[in-house]
Design a protein. Sequence first.
Length: 68
Amino acid sequence: MTGEQEEERVATARSIFTFDDSVQEADLRWAARVSVGLDALVGDFGLDSLAYYHRGLEGEQHERLGRA
């Protein structure tokens, strides 16, 4: 993933959604990186669907990854 891909994904999110002050910039960027990574996974393996569930506790890393 490149910084350019992250920036493009953040710009896309900002063009679709209206964010209030509860959205932290770091969380938005994390979600953008995860989104780019998931797109790469879909492309690499020719996936047409993807499901994920993990019940983490209080912002645990895998919970953050799954909800992004």
